[in-house]
Design a protein around this ligand. Structure first.
Ligand code: KIV
Length: 258
């Protein structure tokens, strides 16, 4: 049975929510067959699939292309698509239009916006327009050039206060859940206990209401940097390279085709 945003919200307190990213129909199929609850077509597609160094170059057209591929797998999991770089800070009609396109053309059932208190009024208007929103606080990868790198958030009293207010504002604005990226683990637990919607963590410790990982990281399909919090459940990259090498060897030695 298809998973709705309401079901994701209701899972809080019942059991941990399982979320992963996927960027095409094949990966969405395998993740869905494994029973994940939520598939995020993240703008991490830029770094994992498209060869960019950050998520900043990812455009709405790229997101539409990948969201539609995931939706074509017809997963039971809820499909959420990212609003790409800086668009969430554009005027409301642009954000509404981007969200509408991600749902109508991309087949997503919800959108994700990076940002807290500042974006709460936008979230409220999107939700009123029938667009379910997944919030995203803590490390905001779209701010890479502003931050000068990736780091843990919520270790100072000031940041703790800001992040709690971000989460509360997003809940009040109508988000059905919030991603907490690279947040201090104790703080993530405190915020999860404070709010009534699920806090889904990535690099934010075990006290969240669920976890999300980038599929390339968990599958061992990441030739570059792998964050220290990631657990790799497979080494698909190494297996793929070995298979390519075996194929090359057999073609060169006229063993394949036999
Ligand atoms: O784009 C993405 O994959 C994300 C996850 C890291 C949560 O935002």
């Amino acid at each position: 049975m298809s998973i709705t945003t309401q079901k994701i919200s209701r899972l809080k307190g019942e059991r941990p929510i399982v979320a992963v990213t996927a960027y095409d129909a094949a990966m969405a199929h395998y993740a869905d067959a494994a029973g994940v609850d939520l598939i995020l077509v993240g703008d991490s597609v830029g770094t994992t699939q498209l060869g960019f160094d950050t998520t900043v170059p990812v455009t709405l057209d790229m997101m539409l292309h990948h969201a539609a591929a995931v939706a074509r797998a017809k997963p039971d999991a809820l499909v959420v698509a990212d609003i790409p770089f800086a668009l969430a800070h554009d005027d409301f009609s642009s954000i509404l239009n981007a969200s509408r396109r991600l749902m109508q053309e991309g087949g997503a059932q919800a959108v994700k916006l990076e940002g807290g208190v500042l974006l709460a009024p936008t979230v409220e208007r999107l939700v009123a327009a029938g667009i379910p929103v997944l919030g995203h606080i803590g490390l905001l990868p779209q701010q890479f050039h502003q931050l000068g790198g990736y780091r843990k958030f919520g270790r100072t009293d000031l940041e703790k206060d800001i992040l709690l207010k971000d989460a509360q504002a997003l809940e009040e604005a109508g988000c059905f859940a919030i991603i907490a990226e690279m947040m201090d683990g104790t703080l993530a637990g405190t915020i999860a206990a404070e709010i009534g919607i699920p806090l889904i963590g990535i690099g934010s410790g075990p006290h969240c209401d669920g976890q999300i990982l980038v599929c390339n990281d968990l599958l061992g399909m990441n030739a570059g940097y792998v964050p220290s919090f990631v657990k790799q459940y497979a080494q698909i990259g190494e297996q793929a390279q070995a298979a390519f090498a075996a194929y090359a060897e057999e073609v060169r030695n006229r063993k394949f085709p036999s």
